[in-house]
Design a binder for this molecule. Sequence first.
Ligand code: MG
Length: 345
Amino acid sequence: MRLKYEPLDLRTRHVFRISREAHNAYHNIFIEIIHEGVVGYGEAAPSGYFGEDQKSVVQFLSKAAAVLGDDPFQIEAILDRLGQISPYSRAAATAVDMALHDLVGKLLGIPAFQLFGLDKEKACRTSFTIGIDTIEHIRQKVREVRDFPVLKVKLGTDYDFEILKAVREESQAVLRVDANGAWTPQEAVEKINRFEAFDVEFIEQPVPVDDLEGFEFVKKRTHLPLFADEPVRIAKDIPKLVGRIDGINIKLMKCGGVREALRMIHVARALDMMIMLGCRVESSVAITAAAHLSPSVDYADLDGNLLTTNDPFTGVLLDEGQLILPERPGFGVVRREEMSHEQIV
Ligand code: MG
């Protein structure tokens, strides 16, 4: 198998701000794994939060090419060999895992959801994320996405209540909240109990990443379901959260790809936890890969491609927030330039 990679620099419509950072450019990497003339697509979206960047992804990929071997169906063995590469890059390993699953689907001539044994009709609705901004800009952003039935509101400011109030005044959508670990447990309890008035569906990462007791403290004093994101990277991280949270947020880039995401889904189900599939700012390559897993989870937050203005690809489509999975082989992602204008929605 051959591996090719190129920079994939994405721009966002608005500066995307969460409690700890703000950006309007995202430096991802697009990869192709080629086997007998068939090409699998993958994407790495490195995160500074996890100490990754475009350069570390490229360093990893230049070594990964040598350990792919010549059988794309040996995904487990290939991922084991990737695990030996140092320094390890989870985002880069995700790109390889994604490209291999795409390749296998294309070699078999079946869409990925079928490969995973899933029913495409059970794909989730996705939320659309409203980043932190001034109240005036937030109102404007919410008005721009009136058709979306579910909004995820980023909080972690000293005017959280005003943000949520403004969003609720502008929209009848289902509201989810993500504090990205910005609140103390006591602060979280006070805020969450006040937020109940705005009909919020659940709260994501109210307390800091390493404060597992904080989760427990909040859970005992609030009614809304609590989801963990930052403390849950891989399946091994899930059992220690039992009794402290209600659900987890799985992201391909965080866990290392489709393989590990499936393991996490099984572990979370065995522990009676709810599951959300999340993303970073990514093109349709990575978003579509995650969307193919969505029939097996409860909630999707797969809007990373919608935040961008220069996505070169198209794959999963939306109908009022509902994810529509492509039926083409593999993940079914194609370059926009290869499609006729009539086909692009
Ligand atoms: Mg989150």
